[in-house]
Ligand binder design. Structure first.
Ligand code: FES
Length: 290
């Protein structure tokens, strides 16, 4: 549709007659235009020639001279749009090939580059250098054993995720091979934020109860439990097993509603609210009426 056609569209049929799909696309377009306007209006105070100072945690148990934890300084050239992950990659590729950290997608999807940057859990690939004070201090996620440099042990985290059975176990499968298992729009809305979890571990690293109770299942696993428990397509038995697991001493009741998980979540998942929702489900399950 040409811009002339768009302008001549009568006002009266813009919202009332548009299909939900058209309205969604329209809203998406508005958001994209607003983001573009904001990006254009923002003045990046740095110039490309400027340098970025990084202080990066270093530790290598396999090399005698590096067994004592320390911070190394790196100065890397700044480029507009540079992220913490970009700066680390530059430092590794140009200054020290032994600098070790996880990364993969570079677009906040794989969840592998959770770091402690300037005192907060963040994704390296999502954190703009221009938003940070210097020197930028990059450390491994706190409260997890360090394997090397910025790489932490994630086994315990994944074990807790696995405990909530984070996969579908529907009671009834659709009849035909290619038949869809439909979900209502309302139900999708209810779980859509929880479904964004990329298992980066930032929430669990920020959670004090998770550090003081090694058996606490933790915010990430509860969010995963919520995502499947609340899904209307899930089977009753699997839902019951998940709720039973979460309704335990080391389950949802360890959450102190501290909100640190919600604060640091790079996907903006309302984690604390969802944990409270699971507490309500647990209470409802235990209510008895005589
Ligand atoms: Fe995949 Fe950052 S590299 S989330």
């Amino acid at each position: 549709m040409s811009s002339q056609q768009t302008q001549s569209r009568p006002e009266s049929d813009s919202d009332d007659e548009a299909t939900p799909q058209e309205r969604r696309l329209e809203r998406k377009g508005e958001r994209a235009r607003a983001n573009k306007r904001q990006a254009e209006s923002e003045v990046d105070s740095r110039s490309d020639a400027e340098a970025v100072r990084l202080k990066v945690f270093r530790y290598d148990p396999d090399v005698e001279s590096k067994q004592k934890p320390r911070f190394d300084d790196f100065t890397v050239p700044y480029e507009r749009g540079m992220t913490v992950l970009d700066a680390l990659i530059y430092a590794r590729d140009h200054f020290d090939s032994s600098l070790t950290f996880r990364h993969s997608c570079r677009m906040a999807v794989c969840g592998s580059d959770g770091f402690f940057v300037n005192g907060q859990q963040r994704l390296g690939c999502q954190t703009q250098i221009s938003d940070l004070d210097e020197p930028i201090r990059v450390e491994p996620l706190p409260h997890q054993s360090v394997i090397k440099d910025l790489v932490v042990e994630m086994d315990h985290f994944y074990e807790r995720m696995a405990a909530v059975e984070p996969y579908f176990q529907p009671d009834d499968l659709p009849a035909g091979d290619l038949e869809e298992q439909l979900q209502s729009h309302e139900n999708r809305e209810q779980i859509k934020m929880a479904a964004r979890c990329i298992q980066c571990g930032c929430c669990t690293s920020s959670c004090n109860p998770a550090q003081t109770d090694n058996k606490y299942i933790g915010p990430a696993a509860i969010v995963k439990g919520y995502r499947f428990y609340m899904d209307e397509r899930e089977g009753a038995e699997a839902q019951e097993r998940r709720l039973e697991l979460l309704d335990k001493e080391h389950g949802v009741w360890q959450c102190h509603t501290q909100f640190s998980c919600t604060t640091v979540c790079p996907k903006d998942i309302p984690i604390t609210e969802e944990i409270q929702a699971m507490k309500r489900e647990a209470i409802k399950r235990n209510l008895k009426f005589w």
